[in-house]
Design a binder for this molecule. Structure first.
Ligand SMILES: NC(=O)c1ccc[n+]([C@@H]2O[C@H](COP(=O)([O-])OP(=O)(O)OC[C@H]3O[C@@H](n4cnc5c(N)ncnc54)[C@H](OP(=O)(O)O)[C@@H]3O)[C@@H](O)[C@H]2O)c1
Length: 288
C-alpha cells in the first residue's frame, strides 16, 4: 500500500462501494464526506472520516492531512474546472503525490458540457506535477435506481429521451473495483486513463425486457421528447444548467456515441464487469 488513501465523495454512487472495497482490503484510508453527520456515521463503523466541502474548500486541509493518494470525486457543476486548481493545491500542501480522478467517458473528446467540465479538472491535475490516473466511466447502471425505480415500482414504466440508443452502462461496483486497484498500487497506473464500461451496450427497450424478467412484471420504456424531459427535470427542482447538461448526454446516448465496450475493467481488476442482468437481480426489490 502506498500510504494513506483519501476518498472524497465517500458516501456517493462510487464512494460507497469503494469504501467497502478498501475496508475489505484493510487499506489505510480516510473517507471524506460532505456533512459531519455522515462522517460521524462512518466513524461509528470504524472508518476514519472527516467532512469537507469540495465547492468552497472548507475543511479540505484537515480532511487531506497525512494523505498520499487522493481519490478525486466531486459533484459536477459548470465551475468545476475553475475550482480544481484550489483542490489540487490543497492536496499538494497535504503531501499527496498521486491523484486518481473520477471523470467521465469521452472526457478527452469534450463533445458535451459534462465531458468538457471533467476534462478541465483532468488538465488541472495533469498540470500540477502530481502523478495521476483518470477513470472515465460510462453512465452508471445505478442511475436506474436513482431516477427510474419509483416510476417502475409505481407504474411499471420509465421515461427517457433516448430513442433506441444503446449504452454500455457500468455497475458502480466495477468502477469502485478499478478505483481500489489504482489507489492501492498507484505507480502501476500512473499516467493512464481508463474507460470503464459494462460488458455490453443495451438500449432501453432491452433494459425494460431485463427488468421485466427479473421483477416478474411488465416494465415498459417510454421514449419521450427532449422538451418533455426538460419540463419534468425542472419540475423536480433541477437547475436549468443541469437539465441542459443531462439532455446533451441523452442526445449522445440516443445517437449511439456511448455504446463502445472497453476491456479496461478486465485488464485492471482481472474480472469481467457485471452485466445489467446481474445488477437488476441484485437490486430487484427496488423495482418491484
Ligand atoms: N452518474 C453517472 O452515471 C456518472 C457517470 C460517469 C461519471 N459520473 C461522475 O461521477 C461523479 C459523481 O456523480 P454521481 O452522480 O455518482 O454522484 P454521487 O456519487 O451520488 O454524489 C457525489 C458525492 O459527493 C458528495 N458531495 C456532494 N456535494 C459535495 C460538496 N460540495 N463537497 C463535498 N462532497 C460533496 C455527496 O455527498 P452526500 O452523500 O452527502 O450528498 C456524494 O457522496 C460526478 O463527477 C459525475 O460527473 C457520473
Amino acid at each position: 500500500m502506498p500510504g494513506k488513501i483519501i476518498v472524497t465523495g465517500a458516501t456517493g454512487n462510487i464512494g460507497t462501494p469503494l469504501v467497502k472495497a478498501l475496508v475489505e482490503m484493510k487499506a489505510d484510508f480516510r473517507a471524506v464526506t460532505h456533512s459531519e453527520g455522515k462522517a460521524s456515521a462512518l466513524r461509528g463503523i470504524g472508518v476514519d472520516a472527516a467532512p469537507a466541502d469540495m465547492s468552497s474548500g472548507q475543511g479540505l486541509d484537515k480532511a487531506f492531512e497525512g494523505g498520499k493518494v487522493l481519490f478525486f470525486n466531486s459533484p459536477f457543476f459548470p465551475g468545476m474546472g475553475e475550482a480544481a486548481p484550489g483542490l489540487v493545491a490543497a492536496a499538494k500542501k497535504a503531501g499527496i503525490t498521486h491523484i486518481v480522478k473520477l471523470s467521465g467517458m469521452g472526457a478527452d473528446q469534450g463533445s458535451i458540457s459534462l465531458a468538457k467540465w471533467h476534462r478541465a479538472v483532468e488538465v488541472a491535475i495533469e498540470r500540477s506535477g502530481l502523478a495521476w490516473t483518470h477513470l472515465r466511466p460510462n453512465s452508471f447502471m445505478q442511475n436506474y435506481l436513482a431516477f427510474h425505480a419509483g416510476a417502475i415500482k409505481g407504474r411499471g414504466m420509465f421515461y427517457a429521451p433516448q430513442g433506441d440508443g444503446a449504452v454500455s452502462f457500468v455497475d458502480t461496483r466495477d468502477v469502485a473495483a478499478v478505483a481500489a486497484a489504482a489507489l492501492a498500487n498507484p505507480s502501476a497506473h500512473a499516467g493512464k486513463a481508463y474507460t470503464i464500461t459494462g460488458p455490453e451496450a443495451l438500449n432501453n427497450q432491452r433494459v425494460a425486457a431485463i427488468l421485466s424478467e427479473v421483477t416478474g412484471k411488465t416494465v415498459t420504456y417510454v421514449d419521450v421528447p427532449e422538451s418533455a424531459a426538460r419540463d419534468s427535470m425542472l419540475k423536480m427542482g433541477m437547475p436549468d444548467w443541469m437539465a441542459t447538461a443531462l439532455l446533451e448526454l441523452f442526445a449522445i446516448n440516443k445517437a449511439g456515441y456511448t455504446a463502445a465496450v472497453s476491456a479496461d475493467t478486465q485488464a485492471v481488476t482481472g474480472r469481467a464487469p457485471r452485466t445489467f442482468a446481474a445488477f437488476a437481480r441484485d437490486n430487484a426489490q427496488a423495482f418491484m
